[in-house]
Design a protein around this ligand. Structure first.
Ligand code: ADE
Length: 280
């Protein structure tokens, strides 16, 4: 479906709520891209960070008008793939399900628990324009461990308060969780909670891309009796006061990613897709 990757590192950035400022890119250029799956959340912004080619998509659209359920995750990932991206580094706000994951902390999740119900999570759906066959993409290790390693290394160097792993519970939204749900998610082993990690990470895997997330803890969801339950106001307030950390991390991580040799890793990712497609 997609042309094979030529191994030049191009980094897709999917910007979450409040972290989708195109100003982090130099030599910016807007580009409208169509895909067989429809339109991405907004025009892409092509540009450079420290000389490295990057492509930014604001996940909820530039004016934050797209609900988590209605985000065209397939179009966003396909558009990045079309633009030659080898990596996708995303930002997201998240709630915390553990006392030690504090508001303002950054988390580099390594697992997810999918509680979404209304989203298409494959490119291989048998419709016109989609690739042939059915893809049973392995999901034991959804996030790219090599990209995560670089995120962790740079967060340490920058002395950012962070957690090098975490299980992200993904809810359908747009409502927040009930207290009973929040406590259940803790029992399941969830560390953080958001509304967008799935199917984004799944589709990035199907597209053979190295995908990693920078999640910023903005609240304690609603499981704590000694804390105010999550609200949009609390999310936005924590967010604004910590967004500079995310930007600083991105600006350092991107040239670091580009300086690494990815040919073998990218080949492995592509092979994981092709070897798991069942043809009729
Ligand atoms: N995004 C930020 N905080 C959240 C929460 N508590 N639940 C779901 N998504 C979130």
């Amino acid at each position: 479906m997609w042309e094979s990757v030529d191994y030049k590192v191009v980094i897709g950035i999917i910007g979450g709520t409040g972290m989708d400022d195109p100003d982090i890119l130099e030599e910016r250029q807007e580009k409208h891209v169509s895909t067989p799956y429809g339109e991405p959340s907004d025009a892409l912004v092509l540009g450079k960070i420290a000389g490295v080619e990057c492509v930014l998509v604001p996940r909820h659209g530039r004016k934050h008008t797209v609900l988590p359920t209605d985000i065209n995750y397939r179009a966003n990932i396909d558009a990045l793939k079309q633009e030659g991206c080898t990596h996708v580094v995303v930002t997201t706000a998240c709630g915390s399900l553990r006392e030690q994951y504090k508001p303002g902390d950054l988390v580099f999740p390594d697992q997810f628990i999918d509680r979404t119900t209304k989203r298409i999570s494959t490119f291989y759906d048998g419709k016109e324009g989609s690739p042939a066959g059915i893809c049973h993409i392995p999901m034991h290790d959804p996030y790219c461990s090599h990209t995560r390693k670089i995120l962790i290394e740079v967060a340490k160097e920058l002395k950012l308060s962070h957690h090098s792993s975490g299980t992200n519970v993904v809810i359908e939204g747009p409502r927040f969780s009930s207290k009973a749900e929040s406590k259940m998610f803790q029992m399941w082993g969830g560390d953080i909670i958001n509304m967008t990690a799935v199917p984004e990470v799944v589709l990035a895997n199907e597209a053979g891309l190295c995908y990693a997330a920078i999640a910023m803890v903005t609240d304690y969801d609603c499981w704590r009796d000694d804390h105010e339950p999550v609200s949009v106001e609390s999310v936005m307030a924590i967010f604004k006061s910590n967004v500079a950390h995310v930007k600083k991390l991105l600006l350092t991580v991107i040239p670091r990613i580009a300086s690494k040799e990815w040919a073998d890793i990218t080949k492995e990712r592509q092979a994981a897709v092709t070897s798991n497609i069942m043809q009729h």
